[in-house]
Ligand binder design. Structure first.
Ligand code: SF4
Length: 366
């Protein structure tokens, strides 16, 4: 197939769903890791095409959703400083910190700007030599190369007034944390195709072996996702646990090695808190010693900020596949996209946002 429309072909989708139904003889629970896949699943109603007993649960692959609340508080503190131009992707503006969000800081006079690339923030720094320009570097392995490039570029330009507030998370350690939990229900994974585009999929092979779990590298179109589910089910039914890559049009086994090299040069692996989940060892990226001078936490003295998460939001359970958005008592009532209690309700990759947008009636009246 050459064109995107072909990956949404209704007749092919139906045929694939029929093949899946024939292949499924027992109940299975499969997690799609990426929030982009969650949105595609809910938007196209793919979960409603599955045979009885085959369940898709939503994973931790939404970078906005897993940004810890204390990092949001650090962002809010920096953004309120008069000397700062605080740059962020638009998704982050509505994410609640302990008491407010970036939109509120902006309304109160903070210089918060939406950018579409970290290189836009570097450009802003070149245009504003008298201000401190900070980029909120949120994301998984997918966005790490561009953020690394921004820091490298800032150094090349000699920009002493540019820094990153780093909130990078790594996906395989989060998958391992889910598998190692006593509450785990996940028997197979659809791995996030775009993460694998950068990192390849060798990191998943020890996971598949150690936890006896099939992992299928999966894209984002309806046929990609259904094919990923089918391959996962075929493995489960046959008692196999391997890494498969049907998304070969975008992913190679070794990934994008120059991008990985850039990530290794600018960042180092660190323990990281995941919102609603807690700390996961070796699951984040921080700036390497070589680039430590670009660390906004140190520059603005906010490294020690601590915060407690709301006890009402169950997004941590949703991101681990333990609960679904409509099982949250606040869904659609005390928590809406206009007044979110958690990031999963406002992120464009958030599971609660997907249910609210595409399946609100069903979700609120199950
Ligand atoms: S509906 Fe709101 S409060 Fe409930 S889990 Fe989702 S984001 Fe959190």
């Amino acid at each position: 197939m050459k064109f995107m429309d072909e990956y949404r072909d209704a007749a092919l989708t139906r045929r694939l769903a029929e093949t899946l139904a024939r292949a499924t003889t027992r109940p299975w629970t499969i997690m799609e890791v990426c929030g982009g896949q969650t949105h595609a699943i809910v938007k196209f109603g793919l979960d409603q095409l599955l045979p009885p007993g085959l369940e898709l649960v939503h994973g931790p692959g939404c970078p906005v959703c897993v940004t810890p609340i204390e990092l949001m508080d650090k962002a809010l503190e920096i953004a309120a400083r008069p000397e700062a131009i605080f740059c962020s992707f638009g998704d982050m503006l509505r994410v609640p910190g302990t008491e407010q969000d970036l939109l509120t800081v902006k309304a109160r006079g903070g210089d918060v700007r939406i950018v579409y690339s970290p290189l836009d923030a570097v450009k802003l720094a070149r245009e504003n030599p008298m201000r401190e320009v900070v980029f909120f570097a949120v994301g998984f392995e997918t966005t790490a190369p561009a953020n690394a490039m921004a820091v490298a570029q800032a150094r090349t330009f000699g920009l002493k007034h540019f820094s990153l507030l780093v909130s990078h998370a790594l996906v395989p350690p989060a998958m391992e944390s889910i598998l190692a939990s006593p509450a785990n229900r996940v028997q197979g994974f659809l791995a996030a195709g775009h993460v694998c585009t950068v990192m390849g999929f060798t990191e998943y092979e020890p996971l598949a072996r150690r936890y006896r779990v099939p992992i299928v590298v999966t894209g984002f179109e309806p046929l990609d996702i259904l094919q990923g589910v089918l391959l996962c089910v075929q493995q489960l039914e046959a008692g196999r646990a391997e890494v498969e890559n049907p998304y070969a049009r975008a992913v190679r086994r070794e990934g994008n090695t120059p991008a990985q090299q850039l990530i290794r040069e600018v960042f180092r692996v660190v323990p990281r808190k995941w919102r609603g989940v807690g700390e996961i060892p070796r699951s984040g990226l921080g700036l390497s010693e070589t680039y430590a001078e670009f660390d906004a936490e140190q520059r603005f003295g906010v490294a020690g900020v601590r915060a407690e998460e709301s006890s009402e939001c169950i997004s941590g359970l949703i991101l681990q596949g333990i609960r679904k958005p409509h099982e949250c008592p606040a869904f659609g009532t005390r928590c809406t996209p206009e007044h979110p209690l958690g990031a999963t309700m406002v992120s464009s990759e958030g599971a609660c946002a997907a249910y609210h947008r595409y399946r609100r009636a069903q979700a609120t009246h199950p």
